[in-house]
Design a protein around this ligand. Structure first.
Ligand SMILES: *[C@@H]1O[C@H](CO)[C@@H](O)[C@H](O)[C@H]1NC(C)=O
Ligand SMILES: *[C@@H]1O[C@H](CO)[C@@H](O)[C@H](O)[C@H]1NC(C)=O
Ligand SMILES: *[C@@H]1O[C@H](CO)[C@@H](O)[C@H](O)[C@H]1NC(C)=O
Ligand SMILES: *[C@@H]1O[C@H](CO)[C@@H](O)[C@H](O)[C@H]1NC(C)=O
Length: 464
Protein backbone atom coordinates (compact mmCIF):
# COMPACT_ATOMS: atom_id res chain seq x y z
CA UNK A 1 0.00 0.00 0.00
CA UNK A 2 2.67 2.44 1.07
CA UNK A 3 4.89 1.51 -1.81
CA UNK A 4 1.99 1.88 -4.22
CA UNK A 5 1.23 5.29 -2.84
CA UNK A 6 4.83 6.39 -3.09
CA UNK A 7 4.98 5.22 -6.68
CA UNK A 8 1.76 7.02 -7.47
CA UNK A 9 3.05 10.16 -5.85
CA UNK A 10 6.05 10.11 -8.14
CA UNK A 11 3.90 9.34 -11.14
CA UNK A 12 5.64 6.02 -11.70
CA UNK A 13 2.50 3.95 -11.45
CA UNK A 14 -0.31 5.12 -13.63
CA UNK A 15 -2.10 1.97 -14.70
CA UNK A 16 -4.91 2.20 -12.13
CA UNK A 17 -5.02 5.96 -12.36
CA UNK A 18 -5.63 5.95 -16.09
CA UNK A 19 -8.57 3.58 -15.63
CA UNK A 20 -10.57 6.51 -14.34
CA UNK A 21 -8.75 9.37 -15.95
CA UNK A 22 -11.39 11.80 -17.03
CA UNK A 23 -10.43 14.13 -19.83
CA UNK A 24 -12.56 17.13 -19.15
CA UNK A 25 -13.91 18.34 -22.46
CA UNK A 26 -14.14 14.77 -23.75
CA UNK A 27 -17.72 13.95 -22.78
CA UNK A 28 -17.42 10.22 -23.27
CA UNK A 29 -14.45 9.89 -20.92
CA UNK A 30 -16.15 11.98 -18.23
CA UNK A 31 -19.35 9.96 -18.49
CA UNK A 32 -17.43 6.71 -18.29
CA UNK A 33 -15.61 7.83 -15.16
CA UNK A 34 -18.88 9.13 -13.65
CA UNK A 35 -20.52 5.77 -14.32
CA UNK A 36 -17.82 3.98 -12.33
CA UNK A 37 -17.95 6.46 -9.45
CA UNK A 38 -21.77 6.35 -9.33
CA UNK A 39 -21.63 2.57 -9.16
CA UNK A 40 -19.38 2.79 -6.10
CA UNK A 41 -21.67 5.39 -4.52
CA UNK A 42 -24.90 3.46 -4.99
CA UNK A 43 -23.29 0.33 -3.57
CA UNK A 44 -23.56 2.10 -0.21
CA UNK A 45 -27.32 2.36 -0.68
CA UNK A 46 -29.41 -0.34 0.93
CA UNK A 47 -32.87 1.23 0.83
CA UNK A 48 -33.92 -0.87 -2.16
CA UNK A 49 -33.21 -4.17 -0.40
CA UNK A 50 -36.20 -6.27 0.61
CA UNK A 51 -37.34 -5.19 4.05
CA UNK A 52 -35.31 -1.99 4.08
CA UNK A 53 -36.76 1.53 3.87
CA UNK A 54 -36.52 3.28 0.48
CA UNK A 55 -34.47 6.46 0.79
CA UNK A 56 -32.33 5.45 3.75
CA UNK A 57 -28.58 5.00 3.81
CA UNK A 58 -27.03 2.79 6.47
CA UNK A 59 -25.56 4.36 9.63
CA UNK A 60 -23.78 6.62 10.25
CA UNK A 61 -25.11 8.63 7.31
CA UNK A 62 -27.84 11.08 8.17
CA UNK A 63 -31.17 11.21 6.45
CA UNK A 64 -30.42 14.58 4.86
CA UNK A 65 -27.35 13.13 3.13
CA UNK A 66 -29.70 10.62 1.47
CA UNK A 67 -31.75 13.54 0.14
CA UNK A 68 -28.56 15.17 -1.11
CA UNK A 69 -27.50 11.92 -2.73
CA UNK A 70 -30.73 11.53 -4.66
CA UNK A 71 -30.47 15.18 -5.70
CA UNK A 72 -27.05 14.31 -7.09
CA UNK A 73 -28.54 11.29 -8.86
CA UNK A 74 -31.19 13.45 -10.55
CA UNK A 75 -28.36 15.62 -11.84
CA UNK A 76 -26.34 12.54 -12.78
CA UNK A 77 -29.17 11.35 -15.00
CA UNK A 78 -29.66 14.83 -16.46
CA UNK A 79 -26.02 15.29 -17.40
CA UNK A 80 -25.10 11.77 -18.50
CA UNK A 81 -28.39 10.39 -19.80
CA UNK A 82 -27.76 7.22 -17.78
CA UNK A 83 -31.17 6.28 -16.38
CA UNK A 84 -30.23 3.06 -14.58
CA UNK A 85 -30.72 4.66 -11.13
CA UNK A 86 -33.92 6.56 -11.94
CA UNK A 87 -36.25 3.96 -10.48
CA UNK A 88 -34.58 3.80 -7.08
CA UNK A 89 -34.25 7.59 -7.07
CA UNK A 90 -37.94 8.10 -7.73
CA UNK A 91 -38.91 5.39 -5.27
CA UNK A 92 -36.77 6.97 -2.54
CA UNK A 93 -38.10 10.48 -3.06
CA UNK A 94 -41.74 9.44 -3.21
CA UNK A 95 -41.40 7.26 -0.12
CA UNK A 96 -39.58 9.89 1.95
CA UNK A 97 -42.08 12.57 0.98
CA UNK A 98 -44.13 10.81 3.64
CA UNK A 99 -47.89 10.85 4.25
CA UNK A 100 -48.08 14.67 4.16
CA UNK A 101 -46.05 14.83 0.94
CA UNK A 102 -43.61 17.31 2.40
CA UNK A 103 -40.42 15.44 3.38
CA UNK A 104 -41.32 15.31 7.05
CA UNK A 105 -41.65 11.58 7.67
CA UNK A 106 -42.45 10.75 11.26
CA UNK A 107 -39.37 8.52 11.58
CA UNK A 108 -37.10 11.56 11.31
CA UNK A 109 -38.88 13.68 13.92
CA UNK A 110 -36.10 13.53 16.50
CA UNK A 111 -33.47 15.03 14.22
CA UNK A 112 -35.51 16.86 11.61
CA UNK A 113 -34.12 20.32 10.90
CA UNK A 114 -35.25 22.79 8.26
CA UNK A 115 -32.07 22.03 6.35
CA UNK A 116 -32.70 18.27 6.42
CA UNK A 117 -36.15 18.76 4.95
CA UNK A 118 -34.62 21.28 2.55
CA UNK A 119 -32.04 18.98 0.98
CA UNK A 120 -34.75 16.54 -0.05
CA UNK A 121 -36.79 19.42 -1.44
CA UNK A 122 -33.77 20.60 -3.44
CA UNK A 123 -33.74 17.16 -5.07
CA UNK A 124 -37.45 17.42 -5.93
CA UNK A 125 -36.94 20.91 -7.36
CA UNK A 126 -34.15 19.66 -9.64
CA UNK A 127 -36.42 16.80 -10.69
CA UNK A 128 -39.04 19.33 -11.79
CA UNK A 129 -36.54 21.60 -13.56
CA UNK A 130 -34.84 18.78 -15.43
CA UNK A 131 -38.13 17.03 -16.20
CA UNK A 132 -37.13 13.90 -14.35
CA UNK A 133 -39.93 11.34 -14.84
CA UNK A 134 -43.03 12.38 -12.88
CA UNK A 135 -44.53 9.94 -10.37
CA UNK A 136 -48.01 8.58 -11.24
CA UNK A 137 -50.84 11.06 -10.65
CA UNK A 138 -51.93 9.53 -7.34
CA UNK A 139 -48.45 10.03 -5.89
CA UNK A 140 -46.71 13.21 -4.71
CA UNK A 141 -45.59 15.51 -7.55
CA UNK A 142 -42.18 17.22 -7.52
CA UNK A 143 -43.26 20.86 -7.54
CA UNK A 144 -46.19 20.28 -5.19
CA UNK A 145 -43.82 18.77 -2.62
CA UNK A 146 -41.49 21.76 -2.86
CA UNK A 147 -44.44 24.10 -2.49
CA UNK A 148 -45.43 22.21 0.66
CA UNK A 149 -41.95 22.70 2.09
CA UNK A 150 -42.02 26.37 1.11
CA UNK A 151 -45.42 26.92 2.73
CA UNK A 152 -44.24 25.28 5.92
CA UNK A 153 -41.09 27.38 5.98
CA UNK A 154 -43.19 30.56 5.84
CA UNK A 155 -45.08 29.48 8.97
CA UNK A 156 -41.75 29.01 10.79
CA UNK A 157 -40.36 32.46 9.99
CA UNK A 158 -39.63 33.79 13.45
CA UNK A 159 -39.56 37.52 14.10
CA UNK A 160 -39.15 37.24 17.86
CA UNK A 161 -35.37 36.90 17.66
CA UNK A 162 -33.06 38.76 15.27
CA UNK A 163 -36.04 40.19 13.42
CA UNK A 164 -36.70 37.13 11.27
CA UNK A 165 -35.15 33.97 9.89
CA UNK A 166 -35.75 30.27 10.21
CA UNK A 167 -34.40 28.41 13.18
CA UNK A 168 -32.22 25.43 12.44
CA UNK A 169 -34.66 22.99 14.02
CA UNK A 170 -38.36 22.53 13.35
CA UNK A 171 -39.36 21.15 16.74
CA UNK A 172 -38.55 22.89 20.02
CA UNK A 173 -37.43 19.67 21.71
CA UNK A 174 -34.52 19.16 19.34
CA UNK A 175 -31.06 20.53 20.01
CA UNK A 176 -30.41 23.47 17.72
CA UNK A 177 -33.83 25.04 18.23
CA UNK A 178 -32.02 28.16 19.50
CA UNK A 179 -29.79 28.44 16.42
CA UNK A 180 -30.61 30.29 13.22
CA UNK A 181 -28.32 29.11 10.48
CA UNK A 182 -27.46 30.03 6.94
CA UNK A 183 -28.04 26.60 5.49
CA UNK A 184 -31.66 26.41 6.69
CA UNK A 185 -32.34 29.92 5.44
CA UNK A 186 -30.30 29.11 2.34
CA UNK A 187 -32.59 26.17 1.56
CA UNK A 188 -35.58 28.47 1.98
CA UNK A 189 -33.99 31.15 -0.22
CA UNK A 190 -32.85 28.75 -2.92
CA UNK A 191 -36.23 26.99 -3.15
CA UNK A 192 -38.16 30.29 -3.09
CA UNK A 193 -36.13 31.67 -5.99
CA UNK A 194 -36.59 28.50 -8.03
CA UNK A 195 -40.31 28.27 -7.34
CA UNK A 196 -40.57 31.89 -8.46
CA UNK A 197 -38.80 31.07 -11.68
CA UNK A 198 -40.61 27.79 -12.27
CA UNK A 199 -44.16 28.95 -11.53
CA UNK A 200 -43.97 32.68 -12.25
CA UNK A 201 -45.73 33.36 -8.93
CA UNK A 202 -44.30 36.57 -7.45
CA UNK A 203 -45.02 35.56 -3.85
CA UNK A 204 -41.99 33.27 -4.02
CA UNK A 205 -39.79 36.07 -5.32
CA UNK A 206 -40.90 38.35 -2.50
CA UNK A 207 -39.81 35.73 0.00
CA UNK A 208 -36.45 35.30 -1.72
CA UNK A 209 -35.88 39.03 -1.32
CA UNK A 210 -36.96 38.96 2.28
CA UNK A 211 -34.66 36.06 3.20
CA UNK A 212 -31.62 37.60 1.49
CA UNK A 213 -32.26 40.96 3.16
CA UNK A 214 -32.50 39.32 6.56
CA UNK A 215 -29.26 37.34 6.13
CA UNK A 216 -27.48 40.50 5.08
CA UNK A 217 -29.00 42.75 7.74
CA UNK A 218 -27.94 40.59 10.66
CA UNK A 219 -24.50 40.05 9.13
CA UNK A 220 -24.67 36.39 8.17
CA UNK A 221 -23.84 37.55 4.66
CA UNK A 222 -21.00 40.03 5.02
CA UNK A 223 -20.07 43.01 2.87
CA UNK A 224 -17.46 40.95 1.06
CA UNK A 225 -19.92 38.10 0.49
CA UNK A 226 -18.74 35.64 3.07
CA UNK A 227 -21.70 33.52 4.21
CA UNK A 228 -21.28 32.79 7.93
CA UNK A 229 -22.70 29.72 9.60
CA UNK A 230 -25.32 31.05 12.01
CA UNK A 231 -26.34 32.81 15.23
CA UNK A 232 -27.39 31.43 18.59
CA UNK A 233 -30.47 33.29 19.79
CA UNK A 234 -31.06 34.15 23.42
CA UNK A 235 -33.43 36.35 25.41
CA UNK A 236 -31.82 39.69 26.09
CA UNK A 237 -28.88 39.08 23.74
CA UNK A 238 -28.18 40.97 20.53
CA UNK A 239 -28.18 38.94 17.40
CA UNK A 240 -24.49 39.51 16.73
CA UNK A 241 -23.45 38.52 20.27
CA UNK A 242 -23.19 34.84 19.58
CA UNK A 243 -22.40 34.38 15.94
CA UNK A 244 -20.63 31.35 14.53
CA UNK A 245 -18.46 32.92 11.86
CA UNK A 246 -17.21 29.75 10.27
CA UNK A 247 -17.50 29.50 6.49
CA UNK A 248 -18.56 26.35 4.70
CA UNK A 249 -18.56 25.99 0.93
CA UNK A 250 -22.19 24.86 0.72
CA UNK A 251 -23.49 27.97 2.48
CA UNK A 252 -21.78 30.11 -0.14
CA UNK A 253 -23.05 27.91 -2.96
CA UNK A 254 -26.68 27.76 -1.96
CA UNK A 255 -26.97 31.55 -1.81
CA UNK A 256 -24.98 31.92 -5.02
CA UNK A 257 -27.32 29.70 -6.99
CA UNK A 258 -30.49 31.30 -5.59
CA UNK A 259 -29.08 34.72 -6.50
CA UNK A 260 -28.30 33.54 -10.03
CA UNK A 261 -31.90 32.34 -10.34
CA UNK A 262 -33.18 35.71 -9.12
CA UNK A 263 -30.94 37.49 -11.61
CA UNK A 264 -32.19 35.28 -14.43
CA UNK A 265 -35.76 35.99 -13.39
CA UNK A 266 -35.58 39.74 -12.74
CA UNK A 267 -32.43 40.95 -14.56
CA UNK A 268 -32.11 43.28 -11.59
CA UNK A 269 -28.50 44.43 -11.25
CA UNK A 270 -28.57 44.01 -7.49
CA UNK A 271 -28.73 40.24 -7.95
CA UNK A 272 -25.87 40.31 -10.43
CA UNK A 273 -23.73 42.21 -7.94
CA UNK A 274 -24.48 39.53 -5.34
CA UNK A 275 -23.72 36.71 -7.76
CA UNK A 276 -20.40 38.28 -8.71
CA UNK A 277 -19.50 38.87 -5.07
CA UNK A 278 -20.32 35.31 -4.03
CA UNK A 279 -18.41 33.81 -6.95
CA UNK A 280 -15.36 35.96 -6.27
CA UNK A 281 -15.31 35.29 -2.54
CA UNK A 282 -16.10 31.60 -2.96
CA UNK A 283 -13.35 30.95 -5.48
CA UNK A 284 -10.82 32.64 -3.23
CA UNK A 285 -11.96 30.90 -0.08
CA UNK A 286 -12.74 27.38 -1.28
CA UNK A 287 -10.50 27.03 -4.32
CA UNK A 288 -6.75 26.41 -4.25
CA UNK A 289 -4.79 25.94 -7.48
CA UNK A 290 -8.19 25.57 -9.20
CA UNK A 291 -9.17 22.65 -6.99
CA UNK A 292 -12.07 22.88 -4.55
CA UNK A 293 -11.33 22.28 -0.87
CA UNK A 294 -13.21 22.61 2.42
CA UNK A 295 -10.91 25.16 3.94
CA UNK A 296 -12.05 24.91 7.54
CA UNK A 297 -11.52 21.22 8.20
CA UNK A 298 -9.79 19.65 5.21
CA UNK A 299 -6.28 20.93 5.93
CA UNK A 300 -6.55 19.50 9.45
CA UNK A 301 -8.12 16.21 8.44
CA UNK A 302 -11.07 16.89 10.74
CA UNK A 303 -14.06 16.99 8.35
CA UNK A 304 -16.86 14.75 9.62
CA UNK A 305 -19.23 12.64 7.52
CA UNK A 306 -21.51 15.61 6.86
CA UNK A 307 -18.73 18.05 6.06
CA UNK A 308 -17.10 15.64 3.63
CA UNK A 309 -20.16 16.09 1.39
CA UNK A 310 -20.19 19.90 1.24
CA UNK A 311 -17.74 20.54 -1.62
CA UNK A 312 -19.92 18.58 -4.03
CA UNK A 313 -22.89 20.87 -3.44
CA UNK A 314 -20.78 23.94 -3.98
CA UNK A 315 -19.74 22.53 -7.37
CA UNK A 316 -23.39 21.77 -8.14
CA UNK A 317 -24.36 25.38 -7.54
CA UNK A 318 -21.35 26.87 -9.30
CA UNK A 319 -22.19 24.92 -12.45
CA UNK A 320 -25.89 25.74 -12.16
CA UNK A 321 -24.85 29.40 -12.04
CA UNK A 322 -23.10 29.00 -15.41
CA UNK A 323 -26.32 27.54 -16.86
CA UNK A 324 -28.20 30.70 -15.96
CA UNK A 325 -25.45 33.26 -16.48
CA UNK A 326 -23.28 31.96 -19.33
CA UNK A 327 -20.90 34.93 -19.25
CA UNK A 328 -19.59 33.59 -15.92
CA UNK A 329 -18.35 30.45 -17.66
CA UNK A 330 -14.77 31.61 -18.10
CA UNK A 331 -14.54 32.73 -14.50
CA UNK A 332 -15.85 29.49 -12.96
CA UNK A 333 -14.71 26.90 -15.50
CA UNK A 334 -11.02 26.60 -14.48
CA UNK A 335 -12.08 25.51 -10.99
CA UNK A 336 -14.63 23.00 -12.28
CA UNK A 337 -12.15 21.54 -14.71
CA UNK A 338 -9.22 21.42 -12.31
CA UNK A 339 -11.40 19.91 -9.61
CA UNK A 340 -12.85 17.19 -11.81
CA UNK A 341 -9.44 16.09 -13.03
CA UNK A 342 -8.00 16.08 -9.54
CA UNK A 343 -10.99 14.29 -8.02
CA UNK A 344 -11.01 11.60 -10.69
CA UNK A 345 -7.27 11.11 -10.33
CA UNK A 346 -7.71 9.95 -6.74
CA UNK A 347 -10.60 7.55 -7.39
CA UNK A 348 -7.99 4.81 -7.33
CA UNK A 349 -8.46 3.40 -3.87
CA UNK A 350 -8.85 -0.18 -2.84
CA UNK A 351 -9.61 0.30 0.84
CA UNK A 352 -7.79 -2.40 2.72
CA UNK A 353 -9.20 -1.31 6.05
CA UNK A 354 -12.66 -0.56 7.40
CA UNK A 355 -13.61 2.67 9.13
CA UNK A 356 -15.25 2.05 12.50
CA UNK A 357 -19.06 2.12 12.33
CA UNK A 358 -18.99 2.79 8.57
CA UNK A 359 -20.08 0.42 5.81
CA UNK A 360 -17.27 -0.93 3.62
CA UNK A 361 -16.64 0.16 0.04
CA UNK A 362 -18.25 -2.31 -2.35
CA UNK A 363 -17.57 -0.68 -5.69
CA UNK A 364 -14.99 -1.97 -8.12
CA UNK A 365 -11.51 -2.50 -6.72
CA UNK A 366 -9.21 0.39 -7.47
CA UNK A 367 -12.01 2.94 -7.90
CA UNK A 368 -12.79 4.20 -4.38
CA UNK A 369 -12.58 7.98 -4.29
CA UNK A 370 -10.63 9.75 -1.56
CA UNK A 371 -11.52 13.04 0.09
CA UNK A 372 -8.54 15.34 -0.45
CA UNK A 373 -8.26 16.27 -4.09
CA UNK A 374 -5.15 18.33 -3.58
CA UNK A 375 -2.51 17.11 -4.25
CA UNK A 376 -3.96 15.02 -7.08
CA UNK A 377 -3.15 11.38 -7.69
CA UNK A 378 -2.72 10.49 -4.04
CA UNK A 379 -5.50 8.40 -2.50
CA UNK A 380 -5.78 9.59 1.11
CA UNK A 381 -7.39 6.41 2.43
CA UNK A 382 -10.61 8.25 3.19
CA UNK A 383 -13.69 6.74 1.58
CA UNK A 384 -17.45 6.76 2.00
CA UNK A 385 -20.64 8.37 0.74
CA UNK A 386 -19.27 11.92 0.99
CA UNK A 387 -16.05 11.13 -0.86
CA UNK A 388 -17.84 9.19 -3.56
CA UNK A 389 -20.69 11.66 -4.02
CA UNK A 390 -18.38 14.70 -4.14
CA UNK A 391 -16.16 13.09 -6.76
CA UNK A 392 -19.23 12.19 -8.79
CA UNK A 393 -20.36 15.81 -8.54
CA UNK A 394 -16.95 17.05 -9.61
CA UNK A 395 -17.22 14.94 -12.75
CA UNK A 396 -20.80 15.51 -13.84
CA UNK A 397 -20.83 19.26 -13.31
CA UNK A 398 -18.17 19.65 -15.99
CA UNK A 399 -20.84 18.45 -18.43
CA UNK A 400 -22.75 21.70 -17.88
CA UNK A 401 -23.90 23.45 -21.03
CA UNK A 402 -25.16 26.99 -20.97
CA UNK A 403 -27.85 26.05 -23.49
CA UNK A 404 -29.24 23.70 -20.92
CA UNK A 405 -31.12 26.06 -18.60
CA UNK A 406 -33.55 24.38 -16.23
CA UNK A 407 -37.15 24.26 -17.41
CA UNK A 408 -40.09 26.18 -16.06
CA UNK A 409 -43.80 25.55 -16.13
CA UNK A 410 -44.03 27.48 -19.39
CA UNK A 411 -40.89 26.14 -21.11
CA UNK A 412 -41.39 22.40 -20.98
CA UNK A 413 -41.64 21.52 -17.29
CA UNK A 414 -44.31 18.89 -16.69
CA UNK A 415 -44.51 18.70 -12.91
CA UNK A 416 -47.91 19.64 -11.52
CA UNK A 417 -47.96 22.14 -8.67
CA UNK A 418 -50.29 22.88 -5.82
CA UNK A 419 -49.74 26.24 -4.14
CA UNK A 420 -51.79 25.12 -1.16
CA UNK A 421 -49.91 21.93 -0.34
CA UNK A 422 -48.39 21.28 3.07
CA UNK A 423 -51.25 22.61 5.12
CA UNK A 424 -50.85 20.61 8.31
CA UNK A 425 -49.09 22.65 11.01
CA UNK A 426 -46.01 21.41 12.87
CA UNK A 427 -47.93 21.29 16.17
CA UNK A 428 -50.66 19.25 14.62
CA UNK A 429 -48.13 16.89 13.04
CA UNK A 430 -46.64 16.19 16.41
CA UNK A 431 -50.11 15.51 17.82
CA UNK A 432 -51.21 13.32 14.96
CA UNK A 433 -48.02 11.44 14.11
CA UNK A 434 -46.17 11.24 17.35
CA UNK A 435 -48.11 11.85 20.51
CA UNK A 436 -45.20 12.97 22.65
CA UNK A 437 -45.56 13.10 26.43
CA UNK A 438 -43.44 15.36 28.61
CA UNK A 439 -41.39 12.33 29.57
CA UNK A 440 -40.78 11.39 25.95
CA UNK A 441 -39.97 14.94 25.12
CA UNK A 442 -37.25 15.20 27.73
CA UNK A 443 -35.98 11.82 26.62
CA UNK A 444 -35.93 12.94 23.01
CA UNK A 445 -33.95 16.05 23.86
CA UNK A 446 -31.38 14.08 25.75
CA UNK A 447 -31.10 11.51 23.03
CA UNK A 448 -30.50 14.21 20.48
CA UNK A 449 -27.93 15.86 22.73
CA UNK A 450 -26.08 12.59 23.05
CA UNK A 451 -26.12 12.02 19.33
CA UNK A 452 -24.96 15.51 18.60
CA UNK A 453 -22.39 15.56 21.38
CA UNK A 454 -21.03 12.25 20.17
CA UNK A 455 -20.64 12.63 16.48
CA UNK A 456 -21.36 16.29 15.73
CA UNK A 457 -24.66 15.57 14.10
CA UNK A 458 -26.93 17.74 12.09
CA UNK A 459 -25.61 19.69 9.28
CA UNK A 460 -24.12 22.87 10.48
CA UNK A 461 -23.82 22.96 14.25
CA UNK A 462 -20.17 22.43 14.20
CA UNK A 463 -17.28 23.80 16.15
CA UNK A 464 -13.76 22.97 15.16
C1 LIG B 1 -30.26 -1.63 -5.29
O1 LIG B 1 -29.68 -0.68 -6.16
C2 LIG B 1 -28.28 -0.83 -6.33
C3 LIG B 1 -27.80 0.28 -7.19
O2 LIG B 1 -28.44 0.25 -8.43
C4 LIG B 1 -27.97 -2.21 -6.94
O3 LIG B 1 -26.58 -2.39 -7.01
C5 LIG B 1 -28.59 -3.30 -6.09
O4 LIG B 1 -28.45 -4.53 -6.74
C6 LIG B 1 -30.09 -3.04 -5.85
N1 LIG B 1 -30.61 -4.01 -4.91
C7 LIG B 1 -31.73 -4.69 -5.15
C8 LIG B 1 -32.15 -5.66 -4.09
O5 LIG B 1 -32.38 -4.53 -6.16
C1 LIG C 1 -40.53 4.53 9.04
O1 LIG C 1 -40.02 3.37 9.68
C2 LIG C 1 -40.79 2.18 9.48
C3 LIG C 1 -40.17 1.08 10.30
O2 LIG C 1 -38.82 0.90 9.95
C4 LIG C 1 -40.83 1.85 7.99
O3 LIG C 1 -41.64 0.72 7.77
C5 LIG C 1 -41.38 3.03 7.21
O4 LIG C 1 -41.29 2.77 5.83
C6 LIG C 1 -40.59 4.29 7.54
N1 LIG C 1 -41.18 5.42 6.84
C7 LIG C 1 -40.49 6.25 6.11
C8 LIG C 1 -41.23 7.33 5.42
O5 LIG C 1 -39.27 6.17 5.99
C1 LIG D 1 -48.40 24.90 -14.78
O1 LIG D 1 -49.42 25.42 -15.58
C2 LIG D 1 -50.56 24.58 -15.67
C3 LIG D 1 -51.53 25.22 -16.66
O2 LIG D 1 -51.74 26.55 -16.31
C4 LIG D 1 -51.17 24.35 -14.30
O3 LIG D 1 -52.25 23.45 -14.38
C5 LIG D 1 -50.11 23.76 -13.37
O4 LIG D 1 -50.61 23.59 -12.07
C6 LIG D 1 -48.90 24.65 -13.36
N1 LIG D 1 -47.87 24.03 -12.56
C7 LIG D 1 -47.23 24.70 -11.62
C8 LIG D 1 -46.17 23.94 -10.93
O5 LIG D 1 -47.46 25.85 -11.34
C1 LIG E 1 -48.88 32.15 -5.34
O1 LIG E 1 -48.27 31.58 -4.19
C2 LIG E 1 -48.93 31.91 -2.98
C3 LIG E 1 -48.09 31.35 -1.85
O2 LIG E 1 -48.06 29.97 -1.87
C4 LIG E 1 -50.34 31.38 -3.01
O3 LIG E 1 -51.00 31.77 -1.83
C5 LIG E 1 -51.08 31.91 -4.22
O4 LIG E 1 -52.33 31.30 -4.32
C6 LIG E 1 -50.28 31.62 -5.49
N1 LIG E 1 -50.91 32.25 -6.62
C7 LIG E 1 -51.23 31.59 -7.72
C8 LIG E 1 -51.87 32.36 -8.81
O5 LIG E 1 -50.98 30.38 -7.85
Amino acid sequence: MLLRRALLAFGLLTSTATALEAKVGDEASVKKAADTVAYGLLKFYTGNNTGDVPGNLPDPYYWWVCGAMFGTMVDYWHYTGDSQYNDITKQAMVHQAGPDRDFMPKNQTLTLGNDDQGFWALAAMSAAEYVFPDPPADQPQWVAIVQAVFNEYTTRWDTQYCGGGLRWQIYNFNVGWDYKNSISNGCFFNLASRLARYTGNTTYAEWANKIWDWEEKIGLITKDYAVLDGVTIKDGAKCEDDMDKTEWSYNSGIFLHGSAVMYDLTKDQKWRTRVDGLVEHGLQKFGKDNIAFEQLCEPHGTCDDNQRTFKGYWLRWLSATIQLIPDLHDKIWPLLKGTAEAAASICIGTPTHTIAKHPPFKGMAGTACGFKWNPPKVFDDSFGVGEQMSALSALIYTLVKDSDAPKTNSTGGTSIGNPNSGSRSDDEKIRVFAPITTGDRVGAGILTTLIIGGVLGGCAFVVI
